[in-house]
Design a protein around this ligand. Structure first.
Ligand code: HEC
Length: 258
């Protein structure tokens, strides 16, 4: 053990008295920080002094703790801490999101639904066929009977008779013309000379599916015939088109049972 010079012990004792640490019981934290930083030399001197005997109180470690340098805040961390968590406008957007998803899912079905045959059928019904003028834009009826709610399906249970009806139009007034036993007013013009075979197949499909509510699966043969352009005539003959005519075309195209 190194002998501590007397003058250093004296200085240490004086210094402790100055700091008010004479009892030795006072905790180190009581020492004001300004004092501690000013006294590193004293601390160096006191540490060995403490080891000389039990009479000396345990000395506080006056070595100034290095100030912990705060980590510089990264700009993105700063941005994350300072921005508002959820902007007010986002709340209705978030609430609407599931509904939007459902609506969007619904729209996904229409392109598949609006196939070529439906698209052409709609065009004929509303446009060059002039059907909407007498049967209503949405098939609700007018001069001609309504087609909605399966009415047109009950009138012509077999789609082939529907096609032939559109080709020929009304028979003379007073004649029963459909499966329901309705009597003709002779109000429906023929279309065989105005519309192509494809247009007549398309408008029939449109009226049954889109207006009448038929399942597309029930009209598979009609759709296939529409697509069998190679076997289709340009026009269906007025007065010369029968279920057997359509069956013959389907057989040529290799379309099943019918
Ligand atoms: C000038 C008016 C008029 C136009 C245009 C017209 N129809 Fe008609 N349609 C009628 C009338 C009237 C009847 C009822 C039969 C009758 O009274 O002779 C009818 C009946 C029908 C029926 C049978 C409905 C049922 O329940 O008995 C179908 C199907 C039909 N029309 C389809 C068409 C299609 C397809 C077109 C367009 C290519 C068309 N109609 C254009 C007046 C019209």
């Amino acid at each position: 053990m190194v002998e501590v010079p007397e003058h250093l012990l004296q200085r240490s004792a004086d210094r402790r008295r100055d700091l008010g640490a004479t009892t030795g019981d006072e905790p180190a934290a009581e020492v004001p920080p300004s004092e501690t930083s000013a006294a590193p030399a004293v601390a160096q001197a006191e540490a060995p002094a403490a080891a000389t005997g039990p009479s000396l109180p345990e000395l506080p470690d006056l070595e100034p703790e290095p100030e912990p340098q705060p980590e510089p805040v990264k700009p993105w961390v700063h941005a994350a801490l300072t921005r508002k968590k959820i902007p007010v406008w986002a709340v209705p957007v978030l609430i609407f999101l599931p509904f939007w998803a459902i609506i969007f899912a619904g729209t996904l079905e229409s392109p598949e639904h609006d196939s070529e045959i439906i698209a052409l059928g709609r065009e004929v019904y509303e446009g060059n066929g002039g059907c909407a003028g007498c049967h209503g834009a949405d098939g609700g009826g007018g001069i001609g009977p309504a087609m909605v709610d399966g009415q047109v399906l009950n009138s012509f249970v077999d789609w082939r008779n529907h096609v032939i009806w559109v080709v020929n139009g009304s028979p003379p007034a007073g004649q029963v013309y459909n499966d329901e036993g309705d009597v003709s007013t002779a109000g429906m013009p023929s279309n065989g000379d105005k519309l192509s075979a494809r247009e007549i197949l398309a408008v029939t499909y449109f009226e049954r599916v889109e207006l009448g509510g038929a399942a597309e699966a029930d009209l598979h043969d009609l759709e296939e015939l529409f697509e069998a352009e190679a076997v289709l005539p340009n026009r269906f003959d007025i007065g010369g088109t029968f279920p057997s005519t359509l069956n013959g075309l389907m057989a040529s195209a290799g379309i099943g049972a019918g």
